[in-house]
Design a protein. Structure first.
Length: 160
């Protein structure tokens, strides 16, 4: 069956006709054309598809698009403003938190969600918040440093 989906996506209202069984990941990539959210494991194990639903990090590969009706969904494309990087984007860039980059959008969104909920996270808070994200290229040290740096930028007024 088909239904009408109305949501706020990256700050803008969208209305689309979608199939009941359409995954949020496929809606974002195939219907809307936002390809920053990555398809990784397709089973909810890697975190590459993480988006924020009402500021909560959520795996879009396990979420039916129909369930986000009336909600706010933010993807990696929503971060930054007019060419200025967000705190998390700057953190990952300046502290070399990205290796191949495939997992980076998921890590960035999980980190942004953390900083929206907890602007002064401890290292344990960061590790817990990123526990559902897998990077196959790094030992996570630079990713943790990137989020810590982003938290300091956020404390000085730069949006996560």
């Amino acid at each position: 069956m088909t239904r009408i989906l109305e949501l706020t996506l990256n700050g803008r209202t969208r209305i689309d006709a979608i199939a009941d069984n359409l995954l949020l990941l496929d809606y974002l990539r195939e219907v809307v054309g936002l390809t920053g959210t990555k398809t990784g494991c397709d089973g909810g194990e890697c975190g590459a598809c993480t988006v924020l639903i009402d500021d909560t990090p959520t795996l879009s590969c396990l979420t039916l698009a129909a369930t986000v009706a009336g909600k706010r969904v933010d993807t990696v494309e929503s971060l930054g403003n007019g060419g200025t990087l967000s705190a998390v984007q700057r953190g990952f860039h300046e502290k070399l938190g990205a290796q191949c980059g495939y997992c980076t959008p998921g890590f960035i969104m999980a980190s942004a969600g953390l900083l929206r909920r907890n602007p002064h996270p401890t290292e344990d808070d960061i590790r817990e918040a990123l526990g559902s994200n897998i990077c196959r290229c790094t030992g996570y040290v630079k990713i943790i440093e990137a989020v810590q740096y982003a938290a300091s930028l956020n404390a000085s007024g730069l949006a996560p």
